[in-house]
Design a binder for this molecule. Structure first.
Ligand code: ZN
Length: 179
């Protein structure tokens, strides 16, 4: 089991548009395993590669009782419905905001054998997948909030981070679900 340090809000890699994976090799398979280990240690429901400092289009999701999902070069090919729910992020601990997401998505993703496959996801899994694909594009859940709400949460974040330096931290378990 290998845990990777988490990049927090402020780390430039979180704002990077991640690169496509050209070949699913052992390096990518190790990354996926480490992402799951790190996500479970953080008690999160999703984690993207750039949250551990690697701007690659790789992420994992495991929400509720749904099966775990490996995302490699994922794309959403269908969406349906809309729901506003509270969301958090492993890279922005203790900050939460209400975000609109689809209730159901169909995604196309590459599996660990390098083959493309389709998955249908609903509810929390759909939300987490959308959140992770946002990460791969350098987008954070804060970007979906109103400017006023975002400003308030960033103020809170600055207060919470006062006196702390750097943007990379070892994993710590969450108090509430986040991705
Ligand atoms: Zn996140």
């Amino acid at each position: 089991m290998a845990l990777r340090p988490i990049h927090l809000l402020g780390s430039p890699v979180l704002r990077q548009h991640s690169d496509e994976v050209e070949c699913v090799d052992d390096e990518v398979r190790t990354l996926v395993r480490d992402l799951f280990d790190t996500m479970y240690a953080a008690e999160g429901i999703g984690l993207a590669a750039n949250q551990v400092g690697l701007a690659k289009r790789v992420a994992v999701v495991h929400a509720g009782d749904d099966p775990a999902v490996v995302l490699i070069n994922p794309v959403i090919i269908e969406r349906e419905g809309n729901e506003k729910e509270e969301e958090g992020c492993i890279s922005i601990p203790d900050i939460f905001g209400d975000v609109d997401r689809s209730l159901r998505v169909v995604i196309e993703t590459t599996n660990l054998d390098g083959a493309r496959e389709r998955h249908e996801l609903t509810a929390l899994s759909a939300r987490a997948v959308e959140h992770e694909i946002d990460h791969l594009d350098g987008v954070l859940f804060l970007d979906h909030l109103s400017p006023l709400k975002r400003h308030m949460l960033l103020k809170k974040w600055k207060k919470l981070r006062k006196g702390q330096t750097g943007y990379v931290e070892e994993v710590s378990p969450a108090k509430r679900s986040r991705a």
